[in-house]
Design a protein. Structure first.
Length: 334
């Protein structure tokens, strides 16, 4: 028995598939209830959500009559799910948990069925996996598009599409390696398990804004300089030295001032004698990496010098002196 035959002919999996269609109809009906749809709206959105993915798959494969229309059961389950939401309030938290768990399991089965059927029709690996993913998520995407909202699988929600992708890849591996068809159930369990844990732990994929760099190169360099100065200030404070960074200065505005010359930068960071300490800091030249490095080195030297002075001052406090500032030996010792 090959994986596709297992997925289509097994009575238990067939029953789970139909339950998944019913649950998708219930979930779509809950959305229709929140949007105040009428009976026709409930019926259409239930059919689209429950059967949309399979219809897309079978139409692309030129399967003939789509599986959803090959008998009365799929349409009946989709309509029954939306009718249930039309009559019964399905917004209780315990009911939503049941719907979520069943929905995830059904999507795992649909991803496996779509991938196996695509491979059986001779599609290459990537198209087969993509079609398996479309089988699992197509109904939800079409449902969301119909009501004018961004599909949930595009981000911000549980990892439904990721779980379906895992199932599709593992199903391909089972077929490619010639494993026993029962291993497809492991693929379904792996993808569904990932999606369930993600829903429970509220895992999401990184969004675009979390990776986007919104600073220019100059601003990024300025940020690095501020962090380094802040670290030096912390060290200086812990060792008793005078802080390098003045708390009443706007370092962000100063560092990102594009008109600032090398001489002005050296004077701002090192004080009035900054240009003398950095002769290369010309008033006609902008700040560059070489000047920045030299200024940083001078600041480090000042910090080390101040720390040495403070440590020497602490040592002098242990020395006993007379009125003429002569050292008095301490018989007890330090």
């Amino acid at each position: 028995m090959d994986p596709l035959e297992l997925l289509i002919t097994n009575d238990v999996l067939r029953a789970l598939d139909l339950i998944g269609v019913f649950v998708m109809g219930v979930a779509a009906g809950g959305l229709a209830a929140r949007l105040n749809f009428d009976v026709v709206g409930f019926a259409i959105i239930g059919i689209i959500a429950g059967l949309g993915g399979g219809l897309v798959r079978d139409l692309i494969l030129d399967y003939g009559v789509p599986a959803a229309f090959s008998g009365p059961w799929y349409l009946t389950c989709a309509l029954a799910g939306s009718a249930f939401s039309f009559v019964v309030n399905s917004e209780h938290h315990w009911w939503r948990r049941i719907v979520t768990a069943t929905d995830i399991t059904a999507m795992g089965l649909w991803a496996a069925t779509g991938t196996a059927k695509s491979l059986g029709y001779g599609l290459d690996v990537l198209p087969a996996i993509l079609l398996g993913l479309a089988s699992a998520t197509g109904g939800g995407i079409l449902r969301d598009v119909m009501v004018g909202r961004i599909p949930a699988v595009f981000g911000g929600g549980p990892l439904y599409a990721t779980g379906a992708l895992v199932t599709a890849v593992l199903t391909w591996a089972v077929v490619a390696l010639g494993l026993d068809a029962s291993w497809v159930l492991v693929a379904v369990a792996a993808g569904a398990g990932l999606a369930m844990v993600a829903a429970w732990r509220r895992w999401t994929l990184p969004a675009h804004s979390e990776w986007e760099v919104t600073m220019s190169a100059s601003q990024l360099k300025a940020m690095v300089r501020r962090i380094r100065r802040a670290e030096r200030a912390k060290v200086a404070k812990e060792t008793g030295a005078i802080s390098v960074v003045a708390a009443n200065e706007d370092d962000l505005a100063d560092d990102t001032a594009f008109e600032e010359s090398a001489e002005e930068y050296a004077r701002r960071v090192l004080g009035e004698d900054g240009p003398d300490l950095i002769p290369e800091a010309d008033a006609e030249d902008p700040v560059d990496e070489e000047i920045t490095q030299k200024v940083e080195e001078k600041v480090d030297e000042k910090v080390e010098q101040k720390v040495d002075e403070e440590m020497a001052s602490d040592e002098d406090q242990w020395v006993r002196r007379d009125d003429e500032d002569n050292e008095i030996p301490n018989p007890i010792g330090h």
